[in-house]
Design a protein around this ligand. Structure first.
Ligand SMILES: C[S@@+](CC[C@H](N)C(=O)[O-])C[C@H]1O[C@@H](n2cnc3c(N)ncnc32)[C@H](O)[C@@H]1O
Length: 251
């Protein structure tokens, strides 16, 4: 599979994603946790892969990073990120590029590399290729932080359409199959998302084979009591459902 279909999805939908305030479910249920996991970033050099229109990238920059570079396959998303940067300059530079080919960054190393909900658009081999390159571009002691839709989510019956993927195959037989899904916006129609199914073994063996030897931390994310107290009608139906996984590993 080449990367054209992910590129097209995001070229066509960059206006749904452009935001500076939380808008998508995962802006509450995943990104705040991921940002905390990246801290402290003062003085660090950061690469945000699959940065989209830069919502998370800007948050990293505002926390005091020395250099933040965002890369995304979708020129529509990068255009939107650059418009935001021109309006409110943070010193972030953005480039169109693919997470599987970091050759444009030859000779550059980073203290932190992030990939927030990107590998769900890549096949297993593409994710493996990307992780090998990430390992090569991380400084010793640098961190790699990424998130995925929880792989079990499509296998839970009675899931809620606020965040759900339709499986097209079993846990093993469905590996590398595209599971189409939706994610809710707090205001407005849900946005189409997709998950190319991977097992936990696929993810952890890709990290190990990329060269990561330290024990990776994993957090399974869902709605919390605080989310439900904030807005029961939006978050309440998702209580107890596995939504996302976050992984942090040190080189
Ligand atoms: C769900 S969006 C997340 C965007 C951003 N990380 C965020 O958290 O707001 C997934 C992004 O991954 C990008 N993407 C998909 N495949 C990619 C690839 N092979 N290389 C780089 N970016 C890719 C898409 O264009 C899209 O912007």
């Amino acid at each position: 599979m080449n990367h054209d279909s992910a590129k097209k999805i995001f070229d066509d939908s960059s206006n749904h994603w452009a935001r500076d305030e939380p808008k998508l479910l995962s802006d509450w249920t995943a990104r705040p946790f991921l940002l905390d996991w990246c801290l402290p970033v003062e003085g660090k050099r950061i690469l945000d892969l699959g940065c989209g229109e830069g919502y998370f990238t800007r948050q990293l920059s505002r926390k005091g990073a020395a250099r933040v570079h965002g890369v995304d396959i979708s020129s529509g998303m990068i255009d939107a990120a650059r418009v935001n940067e021109a309006q409110t300059p943070l010193g972030i530079d953005y480039a169109v590029g693919c997470a599987t080919d970091l050759s444009a960054l030859e000779g550059e190393n980073f203290d932190l590399i992030t990939a927030v909900f990107v590998y769900n658009y890549l096949k297993i081999d593409q994710m493996r290729q990307s992780m090998s390159q990430i390992f090569a571009h991380l400084n010793k002691g640098g961190k790699f932080v990424f998130s995925l839709p929880h792989p079990v989510n499509p296998f839970i019956s009675g899931s809620d359409s606020r965040f759900h993927f339709e499986r097209s195959g079993g846990w093993f037989s469905g590996r590398d199959n595209i599971f189409e899904g939706t994610i809710a916006l707090k205001e407005g129609e849900p946005v189409a998302v997709r998950c190319i199914h991977k097992t936990f073994e696929d993810v952890f063996s890709a990290l190990r084979d990329a060269g990561f030897e330290k024990f990776p931390e994993m957090k399974e994310l869902s709605v919390t009591e605080e989310h439900i107290a904030r807005d029961e009608s939006f978050f309440g139906p998702l209580e107890d459902l596995p939504l996302h996984i976050a992984i942090r590993v040190e080189r």
